[in-house]
Design a protein around this ligand. Structure first.
Ligand SMILES: Nc1ncnc2c1ncn2[C@@H]1O[C@H](COP(=O)(O)OP(=O)(O)OP(=O)(O)O)[C@@H](O)[C@H]1O
Ligand SMILES: Cc1ncc(COP(=O)(O)O)c(N)n1
Length: 261
């Protein structure tokens, strides 16, 4: 069986973070493993508390996995601090990790900082250059590039700037762009590809970015090309949003197992 590793934060409500990633790996037929960077007390309404795991413990979890079961793909989500970023970047190099999909998680939908603002420089300097694909949303791409993004052309300019930070593939996600369709763009240093679907009218989008990036990692682990992995992940997240679950009093989760139940 192909294997996937998620390095991310725990979401107690199960819609985002580690829990979303493991559900996605399982739904797509990949054996899932996890390294927890932080624990959040969180539900569909908001994030009530965050406690970071020590950099040493993050490193030890990665060692435990890579000294035993190599991962065919790695998804990185909430990384919390500059110290944890440095540990992860060093381990990516040490174990020569393949197919690293970095979802540059910064702020939750409910407005909680999941990455300390002072860690953004470390993200740009150490983690983005060690990734294979990065998947910022509009807000994250704005922070990384210090530009405003309002159009597809702006998304293209941002993708170019992020590519210059030293990563081979950039996906700028258009879920938060104010337009009818949800268009994500892929840039590989020379060409753009577009992945577009109708915008689904639902408030239940908790964990969409986590799920999308874990689905890309899953398809890479299964042996698909970058272009086909993003295409398959886009189909998966679109179905998961279409069948999203009205659980809780706030922003409900997507349905990771829509193929089964
Ligand atoms: N309402 C929607 N209808 C259809 N697709 C959507 C919708 N919202 C987001 N998407 C798609 O979901 C994927 C994740 O994009 P999004 O921009 O929501 O990421 P994100 O903001 O990082 O997510 P998160 O909220 O988990 O941080 C993208 O493929 C995006 O186009
Ligand atoms: C542990 C963790 N990781 C990532 C997110 C982002 O997801 P969202 O933007 O949908 O809140 C989250 N809420 N919690």
């Amino acid at each position: 069986m192909k294997t996937g590793l998620t390095i991310a934060g725990s979401d107690s409500s199960g819609g985002a973070g580690i829990q979303a990633d493991l559900k996605t790996f399982s739904a797509l037929g990949v054996y899932g493993m996890s390294v927890i960077t932080a624990i959040t007390a969180q539900n569909t309404v908001g994030v009530q508390a965050v406690e970071e795991v020590s950099g040493n413990m993050v490193g030890q979890q990665i060692d435990a996995i890579f000294q035993d079961i190599p991962a065919d793909a790695v998804k990185i989500g909430m990384v919390s601090s500059a110290n944890i970023i440095q540990v992860i970047a060093d381990k990516v190099k040490q174990y020569n990790m393949k197919h690293v999909v970095l979802d540059t998680v910064m702020i939750s939908k409910s407005g909680c900082h999941l990455l300390k603002p002072e860690a953004i420089e470390a993200l740009k300097k150490y983690l983005i250059p060690s990734a294979y694909i990065v998947t910022p949303n509009i807000f994250e791409a704005e922070v990384l590039t210090e530009m405003k993004i309002r159009t597809i052309e702006d998304m293209q300019s941002a993708a170019r700037k992020i590519y210059e930070m030293g990563v081979p593939y950039v996906v700028v996600k258009g879920g938060h762009l104010e337009q009818q369709d949800c268009v994500d763009i892929l840039y590989d240093g020379s060409d753009f590809r577009y992945y577009s679907t109708n915008r689904i009218d639902t408030k239940n989008t908790h964990g969409t970015g986590c799920t999308f990036s874990a689905a890309i990692a899953s398809h890479l682990a299964l042996g698909k090309s970058v272009e086909d992995s993003i295409d398959a992940a886009k189909q998966y997240i679109t179905k998961a949003i279409e069948k999203s679950l009205s659980l809780g009093n706030g922003v409900g989760p997507t349905h990771h197992f829509h193929e089964f139940y």
